[in-house]
Design a binder for this molecule. Structure first.
Ligand SMILES: Nc1nc2c(ncn2[C@@H]2O[C@H](COP(=O)(O)OP(=O)(O)OP(=O)(O)O)[C@@H](O)[C@H]2O)c(=O)[nH]1
Ligand SMILES: [Mg+2]
Length: 491
C-alpha cells in the first residue's frame, strides 16, 4: 500500500469519508492502543500491521482493498482558553469608568495630583464655578443700588464633579472626579463629613432606583469607586476631623489615604508619620482598601501587592510640569534649590504605588469591591430599614425536604401550643379552686370569730348579772333591821 501524504489525502477525500472508511476497516481497540494504530495507518504500514497475526490486537483483519485513509486527529482543544481574548475585546468595546472622590483641606494638592495621575489638565471645578459665576453676573440695577443685596447662605462643603473621557492605546476611560470643595475650611468642622456621606449615599440610592426600574438596559454607574483622602503633611498625627471622616466613609467606599505634599517631610519623618497614621486608623477600626490576594496569584504578584500594602498611606508628590535633571533627562517633577523631586521615581515618592493601586493594577478590583461588598451592604441595610425582608417560603415550596422539615416544625409548634393551652387551663382551674377554698376558709374563720365574740359577750353579761345579784343580796343582808327569825324553840 502506498504511503498517503496529508496533502494528497485532503485532496482525495473529505474528512467524513475518511472517518467512515476508518470506522469500517479499523479494528476496535483499547483507547490506549488507539494512537499506536493511528500512527501505523498514517505511516502506510496499515496492511502489514493489521494482518500481522502477532496477537497485538487480538484479531486479524480480512484482506482489505487498497484505500486512501486520512489521519483523523482527535484534538483536545475546545477553545475556552480563548475566553480572556473575548473578554478583552468586549472590554475595549465597552470602555472603562472610574468615579474618584477626592477629599482634603484646601490647597493640599488634590487637583495637581489628579492631573498628575491621569497626565491631563482636568478643569478645576473650583475655577469652573468662578467662570459660571462670571457668566451669570448681571449689571447692577441702579434703582436697587442702595438696597442691601441678599446673598444666599452657601453650604460649607460643595460637591463638584469633573467628567472627562481619556484614551490610551485605544482603551477609553470615562473618568469622573468628585471634589468636596470647602472640606475642613470652616472654623467649626464638626459635621464637614456629612455632605460627603450624603453624596455617596445618594449615588447608591440612584443606582438602587435604577436597578428597580423595569428597563435596566442603561444603568449608569455613578457610585464612588474610590476615595482618595489627603492628609495634611503635619508629621504629627491625624486630626479629629481626619478620623471622623475616615470612620464615616470606610464602609461606603474604598478608602485610600495619602500624605499630601510629602516633599516637605524628610524620609524619617514620613516613616514615623505613616506608623502613627496606621495605628490611629487601626485603633479607630477603619478599613482601608488593600490589594486582594488570590490563590492563583504568582509569587511576583504576591510580592508586589504586599509591597503596595506596606506603603499605605502613600506619601505623594504631584506635578505635571516637566523639569530637566542634571543628567539631561526631562522628567515630571518639582524643582527646588537643593535638587529635583521626580514624580515618577519610586525612590522619591509613593506616587507610582498610588497609580498602581488606583489605575494600573487594581482599578477593576476597586469597582468590583464597590459593587459586590460596599453597595451590597448598603442595599441590604437600606431594604431592611424599609421593612423589606426576603420571604424564603417562596423557595421552600419547590424543595420537598425543606417542605417536609417545615411541616414537621409546624406540627411540633401546634403540639407545643396545645400543651401550653392545656397547662394554662389546668393552672387556671387550680387557682380558681384555691381561691374558692381560701374564701370559704376566710368565711369560716370570720363566722367562728363572730360566734366567739358573741359568746364572750354573753359570758361577760352573765358574769355582770351574777355580780350584781350577789352585790344586791349582800346589801340586803347588811341593811335589814329585823333579824331573821330563827326557827326552833329558842324563840
Ligand atoms: N510642595 C508641593 N506643592 C504642591 C504639591 N502638589 C501641589 N502643590 C502646590 O500646592 C498648591 C495647591 O495645589 P492644588 O492642586 O490647586 O491644591 P487643591 O487641593 O486642589 O486646592 P483647592 O482645590 O483649592 O482645595 C499649588 O501651588 C501647587 O503647585 C506637592 O506635591 N508638593
Ligand atoms: Mg483643587
Amino acid at each position: 500500500m502506498a504511503t498517503v501524504g496529508h496533502s494528497e489525502v485532503s485532496d482525495a477525500l473529505h474528512h467524513d469519508d475518511a472517518a467512515e472508511l476508518m470506522s469500517n476497516s479499523v479494528v476496535k481497540k483499547e483507547d490506549d492502543d488507539f494512537s499506536v494504530a493511528e500512527s501505523s495507518i498514517v505511516n502506510g504500514d496499515y496492511e502489514k500491521d493489521a494482518t500481522k497475526d502477532d496477537g497485538t490486537f487480538g484479531q486479524v483483519l480480512p484482506e482489505q482493498p487498497t484505500m486512501k485513509i486520512i489521519e483523523r486527529k482527535i484534538s483536545g482543544y475546545v477553545g475556552f482558553a480563548n475566553l480572556p481574548k473575548q473578554w478583552h475585546r468586549k472590554s475595549i468595546r465597552r470602555g472603562f469608568s472610574l468615579n474618584l472622590l477626592c477629599v482634603g483641606k484646601k490647597g493640599l494638592g488634590k487637583t495637581t495630583l489628579i492631573n498628575t495621575l491621569f497626565n491631563q489638565e482636568l478643569q478645576d471645578p473650583a475655577s469652573a464655578k468662578v467662570d459660571d459665576q462670571l457668566a451669570n453676573l448681571k449689571l447692577e440695577d441702579p434703582e436697587k443700588a442702595g438696597e442691601a443685596q441678599e446673598t444666599p447662605v452657601k453650604p460649607k462643603v460643595q460637591i463638584n464633579t469633573i467628567s472627562t473621557t481619556i484614551e490610551e492605546n485605544g482603551v477609553q476611560l470615562a473618568l469622573n472626579v468628585i471634589d468636596a470643595a470647602g472640606f475642613g475650611d470652616a472654623i467649626d468642622n464638626t459635621d464637614a463629613w456629612e455632605p460627603i456621606v450624603r453624596e455617596i449615599d445618594s449615588r447608591f440610592d440612584q443606582y438602587l432606583d435604577a436597578e428597580n426600574r423595569i428597563d435596566r438596559t442603561s444603568i449608569q454607574d455613578n457610585r464612588i469607586h474610590a476615595c482618595v483622602y489627603f492628609i495634611e503633611p503635619s508629621g504629627h498625627c491625624l486630626s479629629d476631623l481626619d478620623l471622623t471622616f475616615c470612620k464615616s466613609v470606610h464602609e461606603k467606599c474604598n478608602l485610600i489615604p495619602v500624605i499630601a505634599k510629602s516633599d516637605i517631610l524628610t524620609d524619617e519623618e514620613i516613616e514615623q508619620f505613616k506608623i502613627v497614621i496606621r495605628s490611629q486608623l487601626q485603633e479607630a477600626g477603619v478599613n482601608l482598601f488593600e490589594p486582594p490576594h488570590y490563590s492563583i496569584d504568582d509569587d511576583e504578584t504576591v510580592k508586589s501587592s504586599k509591597s503596595l500594602s506596606s506603603k499605605i498611606p502613600f506619601a505623594v508628590v504631584g506635578s505635571t510640569k516637566e523639569v530637566a535633571t542634571p543628567d539631561g533627562r526631562q522628567v515630571r517633577g518639582r524643582q527646588y534649590p537643593w535638587g529635583i523631586i521626580e514624580v515618577d521615581n519610586a525612590a522619591h515618592s509613593d506616587f507610582v504605588y498610588l497609580r498602581d493601586l488606583l489605575i494600573r493594577h487594581y482599578l477593576e478590583e476597586l469597582r468590583e469591591r464597590t459593587s459586590n461588598v460596599l453597595y451590597e451592604h448598603y442595599r441590604s441595610e437600606k431594604l431592611s430599614s424599609l421593612g423589606i425582608k426576603q420571604d424564603n417560603a417562596v423557595f421552600k415550596e419547590f424543595d420537598p425536604t425543606m417542605r417536609q422539615k417545615e411541616e414537621k416544625q409546624l406540627h411540633e409548634a401546634k403540639l407545643a401550643k396545645l400543651e401550653s393551652e392545656m397547662k394554662a387551663v389546668f393552672q387556671q382551674k387550680v387557682s380558681e379552686k384555691e381561691k374558692k377554698l381560701q374564701k370559704s376558709e376566710a368565711e369560716l374563720f370570720a363566722r367562728h370569730k363572730e360566734m366567739k365574740d358573741k359568746l364572750t359577750k354573753q359570758l361577760k353579761a352573765l358574769e355582770d348579772k351574777k355580780r350584781q345579784i350577789e352585790m344586791s343580796m349582800a346589801n340586803q343582808a347588811n341593811n335589814s333591821p329585823i333579824q331573821p327569825k330563827k326557827k326552833g324553840f329558842l324563840r
